[in-house]
Design a protein around this ligand. Structure first.
Ligand SMILES: [Zn+2]
Length: 671
């Protein structure tokens, strides 16, 4: 059981008086009769893992939820009236709190800590049966202030489990009392190392603060193993202080190994710290702190310099979860210490991802209850960028345009747009929160805007909205404002619809200019064949085998010139185009999502050329376009999106001449 008491000083910076305050009681997600299990739709399959069934059908013996012992005015010590509505608590003030005033009140509470193997959650405890010890990761553990802003008023939308947190910035001084052999890590900087660390540990800690090349062990594995057997009856109180953070989480266990190293970011040297039980080794001592350093460096370069004094990565089974300055991450080797490439990849990815959350949403403080993509999507994008820069051998498909194709070509009737709210996403939750926005941002950077414009605009967004509360429009507008790229079509297609990118090459026609004058009768026939019979002549244009058609460049009629006396030299134009290969390409937007067009031309001499056409090419007709290209060399084929950068869901219809698609059944038969 966790027992706590808190004193909150709330400042009213709003222009209007407040007669009541709202606090979030996240632990009530686990209270009996909670809204989430009452409204969950469930079904039976042939076989369901017992722990999942128990959680979803609310049949565990766990008694969760807050017990609120008291809510008092801290000045008068009088009880304050309060009302609990599931995960929200309204506190009525003795008199309205005017603009510029502050109010100090206290809350006493307790709750039973969940065993995460029985009741999964973003926090809780893990029991280690072999040595009888616990590791605690505690989050959403205290009644927290709701956000009051000029956009939403009170953001007191119920916590149903998926939509995470809307939180206001504050300064925290927190004292955590635990058995004296525990190591505690938390949001914030340790204030009383001399009281809770041994002399040797204090020296090692100080050494780590000035060591930049490799982690320094403050508690070694050997020391942690020894402590597992000694259960201290004494207690220690660890004090942490954190400024300008949206939340406070902590972890505590006697099992923890502790390593740390300093990272150079601008003029600051934040301390990267890792805490993990021996079960995480040897993977964790090799990779965790290094991954924190890589993350802080790459993210700082792309957003703002990491402003906090520390960043912890804590090992916690089956979980990846983020808080300011501290996060809980999975990735556990087998019992003999070996681990597969997959475990290594997953472990580094989750550390990069969760440490990366320090930037979104901890600093660029978006409303997670409403918009999962604003932190998860931007963060998945930067996670991928960090891996691309620092871990190129790892899987880079997650969050890429290629990686989102299977989702994008799925059944649209079951899909929600990215802009649907977190708790209403259903099956679309994970792609719409994480990988689709990350893929979209990758398309934006690599194909629509180019890295230089994108990186400048993305950095501008982070700088402009650091320590503020942006909404989707703030992101959309900043990206345009800082780049001079009109992206309205992009946000509309990728964020507000379930359309996908699917460009179809309908037809490619090959022409040459006829240079000699012909009699008008003959000319008309030629022009008709080339220009007007596109649809009915489809079958005759399935490849280039019939050779080029000729078309005539007629003399410019006098009425084109009007009153101007100067004349174009029609023959010079004809001569310039003489012998050139001219291609008329017809493209159809089958998927509905507007996209830049990347064309790869293959020439007869074996060379290739990539041509990029901005998405604005669709502005007059978003269904079908024709475009003429003049080439020196003879073309043998074209491919749209050859490197899978636009998330085109059907590459089969992107090629000309068309390749006959062999069905899976025919391939099977052949084999
Ligand atoms: Zn995340």
């Amino acid at each position: 059981m966790l027992t706590g008491t808190e004193t909150i000083t709330y400042y009213n910076h709003a222009p209007e008086p407040l007669s009541f305050l709202w606090l979030q009681l996240d632990q009530n997600l686990y209270a009996k009769g909670n809204m989430t299990s009452r409204t969950a739709t469930t079904s039976i399959r042939d076989s369901v893992p017992a722990y999942l069934f128990a959680i979803r059908s609310d049949v565990t013996d766990y008694e969760g939820g807050y017990r609120i012992a008291s809510v008092k005015d801290a000045t008068t010590k009088k009880d304050l009236p309060f009302l609990i509505n599931y995960t929200m608590m309204r506190i009525d003030l003795p008199q309205p709190l005017k603009t510029g005033e502050k109010f100090t009140f206290s809350v006493d509470w307790s709750f039973n800590i969940n065993d995460r193997m029985i009741v999964d959650g973003r926090g809780g405890m893990e029991f280690f049966p072999e040595d009888g010890n616990y590791a605690y990761t505690l989050a959403q553990w205290f009644p927290r202030m709701c956000v009051f802003d000029d956009y939403e008023g009170w953001q007191n939308k119920q916590f149903l489990g998926k939509g995470e947190f809307a939180l206001t910035f504050g300064n925290y001084r927190v004292r955590i009392t635990v058995p004296s052999d525990h190591i505690v890590g938390a949001t914030g900087w340790l204030q009383n190392p001399k009281e809770v660390l041994s002399r040797e540990q204090t020296e090692r800690f100080e050494k780590a603060r000035t060591t930049f090349d490799q982690p320094v062990f403050i508690v070694t594995e050997e020391e942690a193993r020894k402590k597992e057997k000694e259960h201290s009856a004494k207690k220690n109180t660890w004090e942490f202080y954190a400024e300008n953070v949206r939340d406070f989480a902590f972890t505590t266990s006697r099992k923890y190994i502790w390593d740390a190293m300093a990272v150079k970011i601008g003029d600051k040297t934040p301390l990267a710290q890792s805490l993990y039980p021996k079960e995480g080794n040897p993977l964790w001592s090799r990779e965790s702190t290094k991954a924190i350093k890589n993350t802080l460096e790459v993210y700082s370069a792309r957003t703002i310099d990491y402003p906090y004094p520390t960043a912890y990565s804590v090992h916690s089974a089956r979980q990846g979860m983020e808080y300011p300055m501290i996060c809980f991450n999975y990735g556990r080797p087998a019992k003999d210490g070996t681990y597969s490439d997959r475990v290594l990849d997953a472990m580094i990815s989750v550390v990069v991802h969760e440490v990366g959350h320090n930037f979104f949403p901890m600093i660029v403080n978006s409303d997670e209850r409403q918009w999962t993509w604003m932190d998860e999507g931007l963060n998945t994008f930067l996670e991928k960028e960090t891996k691309r820069e620092r871990y190129p051998a790892l899987d880079l498909i997650h969050g890429s345009p290629k990686g989102i194709v299977p989702f994008m070509k799925g059944d649209k009737s079951l899909m929600r747009p990215v802009m649907a709210s977190s708790d209403n996403q259903g099956k679309s939750f994970s792609p719409n929160g994480y990988t689709k926005p990350s893929a979209a941002l990758t398309v934006l950077r690599e194909t629509v805007m180019g890295p230089e414009l994108f990186d400048k605009a993305f950095k501008e967004y982070a700088q402009r909205w650091a320590f503020k509360h942006p909404n989707p429009g703030d992101f959309f507008r900043t990206m345009e404002d800082a780049s001079a790229v009109d992206l309205d079509w992009f946000w509309r297609g990728w964020f507000y619809t379930t359309d996908n990118v699917d460009v179809t090459v309908d037809e490619v026609k090959w022409y040459k200019v006829k240079t000699s004058q012909v009699d008008p009768e003959n000319k008309n026939v030629k022009v008709k064949q080339g220009d007007l019979k596109a649809k009915d002549s489809k079958n005759t244009h399935s490849d280039f085998s019939n050779g080029p058609q000729e078309f005539m460049l007629a003399n410019t009629p006098d009425n084109e010139y009007g009153e101007f006396k100067n004349r174009i030299d029609d023959n010079a134009v004809r001569q310039k185009l003489e012998g050139k290969n001219i291609y008329e390409v017809t493209l159809v937007n089958t998927g509905g999502l507007i996209t830049p067009v990347v064309i790869e031309w293959s020439y007869k001499d074996g060379s290739k050329e990539i041509e990029r056409i901005p998405a604005e090419v669709w502005r007059l007709d978003e269904v079908e376009i024709k475009k003429v290209f003049v080439k020196e060399k003879e073309v043998v084929g074209i491919v749209i999106d050859p490197h899978f950068e636009t998330a085109d869901v059907n590459p089969v219809d992107n090629v000309f001449p068309k390749r006959s698609a062999v069905s899976k059944f025919d391939r099977f038969k052949k084999n």
